[in-house]
Design a protein around this ligand. Structure first.
Ligand code: GLC
Length: 426
């Protein structure tokens, strides 16, 4: 089934190339006129822009690249650890046509917006990637309107981190997890946290609650609003109720990924929803109190595993880069098998190369890999739309008001639907 999807995508990419009349080879053209046709064969120093390197994998990679490419050195521009700030920083630099943001790390949910604005170099012509060995959903996440704009670098799927010393068998359903909260109470620690501060992570968690309950936020077209219905409301209600009962501790309303990780490592939480990068840090951080006592399980659902939101980051070349040939070579380096193995072994990041999930020795070293594979295979993409920033804001504003108790779930979902409707109309 995976192979079939890959070939459909490859077909779409070839078709996109034919329709685009080939933007490579020095001719001007592409979605942003001259910029996408310029500097295609130029080599020289470049800058790579990415959010905080929590897993300490970027610098060693760049050192390795620089040692082998003395005339095409890469400088690392490290952004903050917060998804929304990373987004806004990229937008500002693209708007200023900054030639020094050569290769940028694009969250899967920004592809539509950045591509529609003409900021990303289409990966066609001489920049065509070989996607045949990649997990299909990762390629989709870098593709917009049939053209690939960003090369999968790391994927992401939500997983449930749990304290196996307190709960030997992890809950498989949300209801069972809520029952296990008695154990947290007895131990005097918080029960469950995810990402509930008002930023992109909240959209991730709300979408998971809604999708797990069989609801959706928008239809497959990325526009038709579907959130105002009983299933979606029941999903959001789970989060609201858990805040009300204290099963989600009140301070989790301020948590992004890092605050949740720190609370879990400090032994203050029984369950944590987070991404795979937490595995390595919770195992190796000197300060982690749960090194030997935590396990990883699929997100709990209604009757079995829940639906994760599909996360991940892809590398894209800015149309304003002056050294696109070097940028392209660096993007290929990020996707090479060697780099992908480094990402997973050093940082427990989710590979985009499909074969690594089935690699026997990796599975032995990293027992969470099969859980992660299930998470990513069942993951649901967030809406693909050039208006995604407004859509996610509609979700965040209203879900946040609901979990804080400022709006009823009914009202929150109604307002969310209206705001998404307005946003999707452009
Ligand atoms: C992770 C995911 C990304 C998501 C973000 C939210 O970085 O990979 O897709 O948008 O978290 O905070």
């Amino acid at each position: 089934m995976k192979a079939a999807r890959v070939s459909v995508i490859a077909g779409a990419a070839i078709l996109g190339l034919a329709l685009a009349g080939c933007t490579g080879g020095g001719s001007s053209g592409g979605s942003s006129g001259g910029a996408a046709g310029a500097n295609l064969t130029d080599k020289g120093p470049i800058t790579y822009v990415q959010g905080k390197d929590n897993s300490s994998v970027v610098r060693p990679l760049i050192d390795k690249w620089n040692a082998a490419h003395p005339n095409e050195k890469v400088t690392f521009k490290e952004q903050s650890d917060q998804a929304d700030q990373q987004h806004d920083d990229l937008v500002q630099h693209f708007q200023a046509k900054d030639p020094n943001y050569d290769v940028v790390d694009v969250d899967v949910v920004w592809t539509g917006e950045f591509a529609a604005k003409g900021w990303l170099q289409p990966l066609t012509g001489s920049f065509k990637m070989d996607n045949s060995k990649l997990v299909a959903s990762t390629v989709d996440s870098g593709t917009y309107n049939g053209t690939q704009y960003a090369a999968p670098q790391t994927s992401d799927g939500g997983m449930l981190y749990y304290r196996k010393d307190l709960v030997p068998t992890p809950p498989t359903t949300w209801d069972a997890m809520m029952k296990d909260c008695d154990i947290a109470k007895q131990a005097g620690i918080g029960c469950y946290a995810g990402q509930f501060a008002k930023y992109e992570g909240l959209t991730v968690n709300v979408a998971e609650a809604i999708n797990t309950n069989g609801g959706t936020i928008v239809g497959k077209d990325g526009k038709t609003v579907t959130v105002d219905n009983a299933k979606a409301k029941a999903g959001l209600t789970r989060l609201v109720d858990a805040f009300k009962s204290g099963n989600i501790p009140a301070e989790a309303i301020t948590y992004q990924e890092e605050q949740g990780r720190q609370a879990f490592e400090a032994g203050k939480l029984l369950f944590l929803r987070n991404w795979p990068y937490v595995y390595n840090l919770a195992k190796t951080d000197g300060s982690s109190m749960v090194k030997d006592t935590f396990g990883v399980a699929p997100l709990p659902g209604m009757t079995g595993p829940g639906a994760s939101s599909l996360g991940g980051h892809n590398a894209a070349i800015s149309v304003y880069s002056k050294h696109k040939a070097t940028a392209f070579a660096f993007v290929q380096f990020l996707q090479s098998e060697e780099t992908q193995k480094f990402f997973v072994t050093q940082g427990s990041l989710a590979p985009v190369l499909a074969s690594l999930y089935d690699d026997a020795s990796l599975n032995q070293q990293l027992p969470y890999l099969s859980t992660l594979k299930t998470s990513i295979e069942n993951a649901v993409p967030r809406p693909v739309s050039p208006f995604y920033p407004a859509i996610t804001k509609a979700v965040q504003d209203n879900a946040y008001a609901a979990v804080k108790g400022d709006k009823t779930v009914d009202q929150a979902v109604k307002d969310m639907a209206a705001a998404i409707q307005t946003a999707s109309a452009g």
